[in-house]
Design a protein around this ligand. Structure first.
Ligand SMILES: [Zn+2]
Length: 388
């Protein structure tokens, strides 16, 4: 194997604007000449914060040796705040290899790649690296979720990722040094945390293994020609804060969809007419958050809160948790108001506080609006040293 750090440059990069994502591995986009094409998206993440109609995608043409691919283009990156964010997960290991072999990861100073894609029992790990005569089993994760100077992983539940961590810890206890490296594809990041809102089991596993598995994070800068810039930052991992926040308590948003307009008798508030569309309810559970959200998504139950009555009429219900050790529901309701969401019926869900209401209306699915993601980012990705 070559010892020279190498990362194949991307040539003939095309720009396009994102239109839609018909399925997980495919996007529809408009080339700059106006032609609409479908492109292969080599990234299974949700990427809610990145893929918006109109954002710029960086495409490359299908390799000539892959004529079996149905799409003529592959998405390599998406632009956010003027920077390309690298999305091509198949190339992440080449990026990691380049970073390690060119000595850009301080904790892996002097390390060399000894082996790629190593099977150990039931798992397959990305690398064995050699550092000071010692072989380290290394797993690499690609991170594209960030905001407010905070990067988080994963952006969708990854049971495989969790099992990888536990297996690495088991190997470490058996005397094999192990590490996990989170490559963050954005340079302006000061903190790295597991996303305990989206995948608390992964976050709990990372907390559990942190003394046996070396946990590394590196934030890289992609330039507009999709070459790596010289800056590689090492964001801090605030373990105590993560341990404090990664608990089953906090606030949540419920997205309740009404397919038809309807009148609902809402407990002591009496009959209220609801237009068709989406209602966003802000609630909190300072103990048993997961059970509370599961209760809301069920229809069969004793009706207790205002939202329980609306739930009976809703055709769909999605819960979005925001784990927190602090009471944030009223601040969250205020943030939705500030973000332009229309207040629903007065006093709905706010019997115990001074807010005008905890229910908001959106004619379209709120998850299709940037405003909701801005609010989620504000509360989910608050930097640990700033109290809210
Ligand atoms: Zn309130």
């Amino acid at each position: 194997m070559s010892r020279r750090p190498r990362l194949e440059p991307f040539t003939d990069i095309l720009h396009a604007r994102f239109v839609a994502r018909p399925n997980r591995f495919r996007v529809r986009c408009a080339l700059m000449d106006g032609t609409t094409v479908d492109a292969f998206l080599p990234n299974p993440g949700r990427m809610w914060e990145l893929l918006w109609p109109g954002v710029i995608l960086y495409l490359v043409r299908r390799p000539e040796d892959r004529p079996e691919r149905k799409t003529a283009y592959t998405v390599v990156a998406v632009e956010r705040e003027g920077h390309p964010v690298f999305l091509h997960t198949h190339v992440t290991n080449d990026v990691a290899e380049y970073l390690i072999e060119s000595d850009r990861i301080p904790a892996l100073h002097g390390a060399r790649i000894a082996q790629r894609e190593v099977a150990v029992g039931r798992s397959r790990f990305d690398f064995v690296v050699e550092q000071d005569g010692c072989a380290i089993y290394l797993e690499v994760k690609s991170c594209t979720l960030f905001g407010n100077g905070v990067a988080m992983f994963p952006d969708a539940v990854t049971d495989r990722g969790r099992r990888h961590l536990l297996h690495l810890a088991e190997m470490a206890r058996d005397g094999l040094p192990t590490a996990v490296l989170f490559v963050i594809h954005y340079p302006h990041v000061d903190w790295f945390m597991p996303d305990y809102h989206t995948d608390p089991a992964f976050a709990a596993a990372l907390l559990e293994v942190r003394d046996t598995v070396q946990v590394l994070a590196a934030a890289v800068e992609w330039r507009s020609d999709l070459t790596l810039g010289p800056t590689v930052k090492t964001p801090a991992i605030p373990w105590d804060y993560i341990a404090q926040e990664c608990v089953d308590r906090g606030a949540y948003l419920l997205d309740l969809e009404l397919a038809e307009g309807t009148t609902v008798a809402v407990g002591e508030l009496g009959p209220i007419h609801f237009e068709r569309g989406h209602y966003i309810y802000v609630g909190s559970a300072m103990g048993g958050l997961a059970a509370r959200m599961a209760r809301h998504t069920r229809k069969r139950k004793k009706l207790r809160w205002h939202v329980d009555y609306l739930r009976q009429a809703a055709t769909d219900c999605t819960a979005l948790p925001i784990r927190s050790s602090k009471r944030i529901e009223c601040a969250l309701a205020q943030a939705l108001t500030d973000a332009g969401f229309a207040l629903g019926p007065k006093r709905f869900g706010s019997s115990d506080c001074a807010c005008p209401g905890h229910l908001f209306y959106s004619p379209e699915p709120p998850l299709h609006r940037t405003a909701i993601h801005t609010v989620l980012q504000q509360f989910r990705m608050a930097p640990p040293d700033v109290s809210r």
